[in-house]
Design a protein around this ligand. Structure first.
Ligand code: EPZ
Length: 432
């Protein structure tokens, strides 16, 4: 086990390279199974979740090779339809294998993905999509078994209680691209990661219309060819570092970011009084005087609304904004595991249903805190950067799932943060 030790108070200054998007790369790895030909995916982030997905594809029979630091070759000529429980249960995103396996092989057996701390993670909309395409889906001893012998184009409505579903939309699209006939998906998710998947599938000869909108029309084709595809930048990573700059009163340029994917977030930054400039290489320069941070209100919604994946990090920002901020979760109403840990650092937060009310008045003080999930880990580190004294973040394996070289990138702009093996921790750590 490792922990991150942060000493707060440094103003972050300099450039940070943004990596490829985790939530774009994972479904794209799965999408390569739709063709019998090799595909090459570049700008892939170096993350444990990507390695998990590569392992699962190998278990399915694909030949998976990392041919460069951020580039992978996947040869899915000989694949089977049964995914391994031991690997799938470790990563919810493996549910994205349902669509391509049903599309290519007309059958799939995938263990039901587990829940997680951010909330109930049902797949009823994924199943609805497959059934609308003529597949027969049953749950047998925890395994989702799909018979897609009669797969054909159909009408799918993907709206759920919390809006649309991102990976459910990926599955619907990937099952439909090889289904004979025309498929119409209404209330489709339109996150940039979905657009990137559609662009990759179009490069593979899929016929998808309405890309980027909430209504997609897909004309099934007989087969797809392999492709070379570059993953879009990670908008959540970029915004996380923008918040780090804001919370430390620093000035950071985000390189390889894509400001077009950050609309609602950039709007929030302006509301808080953070200065965002776009330089001539499409790089975002984020700067602010920490004393000027203003309070704000956000409600998380499906894209283009404010991303739920930024709610935890933004809660940390609210802790150092002068005044009362309100953050409401509409996507995962119980996604607040970071709140008790922020309160250990002196944050003044009250919970009201699926809203958290933050009084940004106290100076945060460093403390030992426990990460519970990927974005909560980032939130606690951001709070540590702004806190007085030392913060020790435990269970940072959560962080490594979705942020490439997090502490190295922070160190490069002046943060005092280091990764320490638990066996090397000073006695003082345990006496807290
Ligand atoms: C994707 O998860 C992302 N993961 C999540 O990012 C992100 O938080 C989420 O979309 C929302 O933007 C990947 O892309 C790998 P959903 P996904 O299906 O697709 C409900 C991160 O931190 N729902 O869009 O699993 C669901 O309970 C991760 O990078 C149903 O009711 O999320 C939730 O309330 C965390 N039935 C809402 O919809 C379903 O069949 C959105 O879920 C599916 C979902």
């Amino acid at each position: 086990m490792e922990i991150l030790r942060i000493v707060g108070g440094n103003r972050l200054q300099g450039d940070i390279e943004i990596s490829g998007s985790k939530n774009a790369a994972l479904p794209q790895f799965a999408a390569t199974l739709l063709s019998q030909e090799k595909s090459i995916i570049s700008n892939v982030p170096n993350l444990s979740d990507v390695k998990f997905m590569a392992e699962i594809l190998s278990e399915l029979g694909a030949a998976v090779t990392q041919i460069d630091y951020d580039t992978w070759e996947i040869d899915p000529a000989n694949i089977k339809h049964i995914a391994p429980y031991q690997l799938v249960r470790k990563m919810r995103a493996s549910v994205c294998l349902l669509g391509p396996l049903v599309g290519r092989l007309r059958k799939a057996e995938i263990p039901m993905p587990g829940g997680c701390v951010i909330g109930q993670r049902p797949i009823d909309l994924h199943i609805r999509a497959l059934e609308c395409l003529g597949a027969n889906v049953k749950l047998d001893r925890g395994i989702v078994k799909v018979d897609g012998k009669k797969l054909k184009g159909g009408q799918i409505f993907l709206g759920g209680r919390h809006g649309s579903t991102v990976t459910g939309t990926s599955n619907a699209i990937m099952a439909a691209v090889l289904a004979p006939g025309i498929t119409r998906i209404e209330s489709s998710a339109c996150e940039p990661e979905i657009v990137d998947l559609c662009n990759m599938l179009t490069n593979m000869n899929a016929k998808i219309y309405g890309i980027g909108s909430h209504i997609l029309e897909i004309h099934g084709v007989k087969e797809l060819n392999g492709c070379c595809h570059e993953v879009i930048p990670d908008r959540i990573e970029a915004a996380t570092y923008a918040i780090a700059a804001a919370m430390t009163g620093g000035e950071v340029t985000l390189k390889n970011s894509c400001y077009q994917h950050l609309g609602s977030f950039l709007n929030l930054m302006q509301e808080c009084g953070v200065k965002i400039e776009l330089n001539d290489e499409n790089q975002l320069k984020v700067s602010c005087n920490q004393l000027d941070l203003k309070p704000f209100e956000i409600i998380t919604l499906p894209y283009p609304g404010f991303p739920t994946d930024l709610q935890a990090q933004t809660s940390a920002l609210a802790c150092v904004s002068k005044g009362i901020s309100i953050l409401t979760e509409r996507v995962y109403p119980s996604r607040f595991m970071h709140v008790p840990e922020l309160m250990r650092m002196g944050a003044n937060i009250a919970m009201e249903g699926s809203s958290c009310i933050v009084k940004g008045e106290n100076q945060l003080t460093g403390a030992p805190v426990m990460a519970s999930d990927l974005r909560a880990s980032a939130a606690l580190i951001l709070a540590g950067l702004a806190a007085k004294g030392e913060t020790w973040v435990q269970r940072i394996y959560h962080l490594d799932r979705g942020y490439e070289s997090f502490e190295t990138k922070l160190q490069s702009v002046g943060a005092s943060v280091e990764r320490i093996a638990e066996s090397k921790l000073p006695k003082s750590y345990f006496s807290n």
